[in-house]
Every structure is written in structure tokens, then in C-alpha cells.
Design a protein around this ligand. Sequence first.
Ligand code: SF4
Length: 237
Amino acid sequence: MADLISVCEVFYSIQGEGMTMGRPSVFLRLAGCNLLCGGPGTQHDGALHNGATWRCDTIELWMKGLAMDCREVFTSEQLAFLRKGAHLVITGGEPLLQQNQIQNVINFLASQDIRPYIEVETNGTIASELDLDQYNISPKLRNSGVKRADRYKPEILLGLSENHCQFKFVISSETDWQEIEKDFAFIPPNQIWLMPAGESQTQLAATRPVVVELAKAHGVNYSERLQIVVWDRKTGV
Ligand code: SF4
């Protein structure tokens, strides 16, 4: 039923990545994803499979959701931040699995005269019917351990690219860049953001110089990952 939305967490922070990095934002993390980065079975054993070099850092969150009334997702404090101009960042999991529910949340906010700038984070495998301000698209590469047929949907990416959007890639090496150049040549360089791989400040410090040089060499954007730089965490901040 579209009035109930499956939610993992809602929190207020700043956008940590990409073209709106630094913007105060209310994050709405939705449950469920159609991919499994880390490879088949990683949800059970926490290990890397099928050639994956990294594992989804939100699996433990998005596999559990709380069904909430679309009108009761936000606290009064979060509504006040949205009213003051905070962005609403809808993330997951894969939020485009719950498009009707997202629309109901937007309708509820409009009924309260709150019309925030809305960003959605997506893996780029599901077409969107939503009229949002910004699509943050993070297509998955071979290093995710997900089968190519499941993670690579050029026709969907082209459809999403007609919106105001950015394509974000977390990479660590020249090899990752070569895959982007080969499979995503249709994306204009000014729509691409490269971010360094790493789960801690120490790991980011090691990959950052490589990724900065790749961004410079290929004329694409570089982005920090402030949630790790500032808090040394990837979720809930
Ligand atoms: S697409 Fe995103 S949320 Fe889904 S498994 Fe991969 S990293 Fe996690």
C-alpha cells in the first residue's frame, strides 16, 4: 500500500559528496535494493564474492525497514530544517523501488507548504517517473561483484541523464577509470564525479592522490566523501 513507506533511518547532516557537497540536508534512507554489491552471499557471510573488491556498507541497514505512514516520516525538527532550505536527500538501498511512496511523501510535504530541493541517490538500473530536482546516479562497476546484466543498463542511464544529474563513481585505480571510459563514454565529462575508494580516513588518504590525478587528466570532477573525512563513518552522519 502506497501510504506506507519502508524506512531505514532519517537524519539531518550535510551532503557529503558531489555537486551539492556541504549542503545541509535531511536524509531519508529507504529499505530494499535490487543489487547486492559485494557479490552473491555477502549478505550472509560478510565476505567478498564474484571478484568484488568492496562490499555495500549499508546492507545491514537496507535489509531491514520499518513501515511508516508517509505523513509521519519526519520529526517536527526535521520538517523545520526542510522549511529553512535544507535539501531532502532520498537514499537507500535503492530508493526508486518505492516511487509511489516517495511521491506520497512529497505530496505530504507540499500539503505542509514545504517544497525542498530533492535529490535522489540511485544505482541507475531503474527508470524514474518522479519529477525531482537532482539525480545522483552511481552506476556499479565490475569491482562490485554484481553480474553485468544486472548492474549495467545504458538505456536507463540515458533516460535518467535527461534530468539534472551527476554520475558518481567510487574508484581506486587507473583500471577502474578504463572501465568508466569504455562503458560510460556517453556521459559528458562535466557530469562525472570521481570519489576515492576507502572505508576510513587512512584508506582515503591513500587513494585520494590517485583519483585526483585521474580527474585532472580526464577533465572530470573530483569529490571528497565528507562523511568519512569528518566523521570516519559512511552512514548515519
Ligand atoms: S546498489 Fe548501493 S545500496 Fe544496493 S547493494 Fe550496491 S552499494 Fe548497496
